[in-house]
Design a protein around this ligand. Structure first.
Ligand code: SF4
Length: 290
């Protein structure tokens, strides 16, 4: 194994593969509802990710539908994916998380959110689920560069991310940090800064995404106007392999971005997920044997 990856971790801890149930919890985002802004991050699609999820049904029904295809001995992760899944009053959060935990096959509650939507009360609520299931919180950092954060309209400073990690870790809640490679204006120096920040934060897991341009986004407009050029496949492979080699203690949850084909504007290589993963593994193998 070239690096600690999620499937090996899950196999070791739970005895096999786990089924991920992606949930649209009906949340919005302060960067889209007018609290911080209305446009959101420049790459954010209309559904705030999780485009494949049928959000027309309740959380309970989304989970039940997914479980209908699961075997009796399957183990599952309930993953609140779309938008900002800690952005609501505590009572609402509790009702929505409870609605997902309806079956003993669900062993992990995973919650995706923004660092500036974590506080002590929210962390206490999430920690309260630890006697029923394992929990982790996924934080969308994307970059440690505050300069890039302004360009992408992230809406918070990197110190907020470190604060959120500290609040969550102090309650024994592991974090998974999302980073993006190929953001506007970013090169090797910014990646280095981001990797240093991951080390500093004590995050347990990392999701590495290649920046893809989805139709209808502000990044899409920049791309069509020529003010943003998507990262090349070669550059992405090189930087992603380097990033993984720099994070030997982290559990790497993913190493590519994944845009639904019908939404993808660029880069075209984004559709060759398996090929990109193969190339990253080859490159990583070369780095590790140097
Ligand atoms: S924080 Fe997430 S959901 Fe909110 S605008 Fe940015 S990408 Fe979209």
């Amino acid at each position: 194994m070239l690096y600690k990856n999620l499937s090996s971790y899950l196999k070791e801890k739970y005895g096999g593969r786990m089924k991920k149930i992606c949930i649209d919890g009906g949340f919005t985002c302060p960067n889209r509802d007018g609290t911080l802004g209305i446009g959101g991050c420049i790459y954010c699609s209309e559904r705030g990710s999780g485009e494949h999820i049928d959000a027309s049904v309740s959380i309970k029904d989304q989970v039940q539908r997914a479980l209908a295809n699961a075997a009796d001995n399957d183990k599952c992760i309930a993953y609140f994916q779309n938008f900002t899944n800690t952005y609501a009053p505590i009572s609402v959060l509790k009702a929505r998380y409870d609605a997902a935990l309806i079956d003993s096959r669900i062993r992990i509650l995973a919650i995706g959110t923004r660092p500036d939507c974590i506080d002590g009360d929210i962390a206490d609520l999430i920690a309260s689920y630890k006697d029923r299931v394992d929990v982790w919180v996924e934080l969308g950092l994307q970059t440690a560069s505050d300069k890039t954060a302004e360009i992408i309209n992230r809406g918070y400073k990197t110190e907020k991310y470190l604060e959120a990690c500290s609040i969550l870790h102090s309650r024994g809640i592991p974090t998974v940090t999302h980073i993006m490679i190929g953001l506007p204006g970013e090169g090797d120096r910014e990646l280095e800064e981001t990797l240093d920040t991951l080390d500093l934060s004590g995050t347990w897991g990392v999701k590495i995404h290649s920046v893809y341009v989805a139709k209808g986004t502000r990044l899409g407009k920049m791309c069509l106007e020529g003010s943003y050029t998507p990262i090349s496949r070669e550059d992405y492979v090189r930087r992603a392999a380097y990033a993984i080699s720099r994070l030997p203690e982290k559990v790497i949850h993913r190493i590519t971005g994944d845009c639904p084909k019908e939404l993808l504007l660029a880069p075209e290589w984004n559709t060759d997920k398996n090929g990109v993963i193969r190339d990253i593994n080859e490159r990583l193998s070369a780095i590790l044997s140097e």
